[in-house]
Structures are given as C-alpha cells and as structure tokens.
Write a protein that binds this ligand. Structure first.
Ligand SMILES: [Zn+2]
Length: 278
C-alpha cells in the first residue's frame, strides 16, 4: 500500500517532529461551535487522490452504505492503542476522520443468557449451599432482594423455625447477605426464562472522549521531551496509516464492485370496506 496520508517524519529532529504535529490537518471533535479540535484527515471524495474513473464510481456510490465494509482498520488501531485512542467520522456527511482519546468502561452487566444473549445487571445466585439452614436463609434473603437489615431476617417465620441459636443465625445471615450481594432471586433470563450464566470477565465498552487533543499545544515547552514528542508522532503516524488502510479498502470497493439499482416491493397494510353478506 502506497502511503497517502502517512508521512515520513525524522524522529531524530525535534523541529521535524514539531513541524509535523503543528502542521497536521485538524478538525472538530464535536460540532464546530464547541471549538474543540484534534488531529484529522480529510477523506472527502475529491481529496482521496482517485483516478477519474474511481472518482466517477465514488459519486455513484453516494447513498450506498458501505462504511461498515471499510471501517475494520479502526478496531485494529483502537486495540493496538490499548483503547486509549480511537478514531471516528465527523463533519457533514462524514468528511473527516478524527483522532479521539478513549478508554474502556465496565457496562455493569454481571450475567448473560447463553440462549438469547440478553445481559443482566445481577449475578446468578449460587446453585448449592452448605446445608439446609443456608438454603432457607438464602431463599429469604433472595426473595426480599437482600433489602432487609440482618437482624430483621430473624423475625421471618421460616428463619425463626430453624433449630439454631439467634447468634448463629445472625452470623449466617450476615455471611450470606455479603455472598448474595448483586444476585437476582433466580437464575432465569428475563426474556426467554432459560438459565443465565455469570460473566467470568465483566464486559466493557469503549468510551470515546470529545476532548480536544494538542489544541494550541506548545511543543517547545519542557514537558515535550524528545521521547514524549516521538511517542506523539508515533500515535499520529499510526492514525494516518489507519486512514490509509481505510482509503485503500474504499478503493478496493470502487475497483471491485458496481452499483446496481434494485427495486424492492414491500407489503403495505391498508383499510378497505367490504360489504356485509346479508
Ligand atoms: Zn434468554
């Protein structure tokens, strides 16, 4: 792949690196009135260095939704940056790819249904307990959604009926209240009622920041050591290379596919009057 956006930057030269970072194309991270910008590349059709044949095809493809077919390199980039950076489209009709700070955050889901995929914010309760006393106490705690104070459970008739001293009951109640924290009353999926499973690794999602990146940054400042500058240049070069990979995916689409118009008919519900049979 011949680089289009990616530049060769002399990492031994402070001025070459500063010039590269300061001279890089920038664009808004949100709306223009937020005045927050970051490193960006212009990916409007007439900016992609296409042949006239590819250019015509690209205009034919306006209105075709192909973004999902070419955006894969963004996931590779985000992964390689340990999710600390990602990139996205911005501008009218997505004319710019913009570099964003990002991070992973937990979704808060603790279990899932293997049958229908539904996720749940509660854990599945344990399948077995030490003895009959624990079974009874656990049932009382789960059916009350663990909302009562430990001592209040001593008044529940089922717990009163257990042949244990109140002190022993109380210590079991305290222990089980902790163990059953975040558990739902049963393991049933709320949608399809099949048994759920707890996540071994709690799922997370990417949080994309709209903060500016190096806007009005003074690269001459002491904080920007050669090592820090090199690291920043690496990041922006990796961003540019990812834009190149997306551009080349797009060109592969232009060269390998034709736009064909198809007409779909779909059933429509209409109301009509039908005479009653006498
Ligand atoms: Zn389910």
């Amino acid at each position: 792949m011949i680089p289009f956006f990616k530049k060769n930057v002399d990492r031994r030269s402070r001025s070459a690196m500063v010039d590269f970072l300061q001279g890089h194309c920038r664009y808004d991270t949100m709306r223009s009135w937020n005045r927050l910008t970051s490193y960006a590349n212009n990916i409007k059709i007439h900016h992609l260095g296409l042949s006239s044949e590819q250019d015509n095809k690209a205009y034919e493809m306006l209105g075709v939704n192909y973004w999902e077919d070419i955006r894969d390199p963004i996931d590779d980039f985000t992964h390689k940056q340990n999710h600390r950076y990602t990139m996205g489209l911005n501008g009218r009709s997505g004319g710019y790819l913009v570099l964003h700070a990002s991070g992973l955050e937990l979704t808060g889901h603790l279990s899932y249904c293997p049958d229908c995929g539904q996720r749940n914010f509660k854990k599945v309760p344990p399948a077995s307990y030490q003895d009959g006393n624990e079974v009874v106490i656990a049932r009382e705690i789960l059916s009350s959604q663990n909302t009562c104070h430990a001592a209040a459970y001593l008044g529940h008739p089922a717990i009163q009926a257990l042949s244990l001293s109140d002190d022993d009951k109380l210590s079991l109640i305290v222990q089980l209240k902790t163990a059953l924290h975040d558990c739902s009353a049963s393991d049933k999926c709320g949608i399809c009622h099949q048994p759920r499973r707890n996540f071994c690794v709690p799922p997370s999602r990417l949080r994309v920041s709209s903060k500016s990146l190096d806007q009005d940054e003074d690269f001459a400042a002491e904080a920007w050591s050669m090592a820090a500058l090199r690291e920043r240049v690496e990041l922006v070069c990796a961003f540019d290379a990812t834009c190149d990979a997306i551009r080349s995916n797009f060109i592969a689409l232009l060269d390998g596919y034709d736009v064909v118009e198809e007409t779909y008919f779909r059933p429509v519900q209409i109301k009509t009057l039908v005479a009653r049979v006498a």
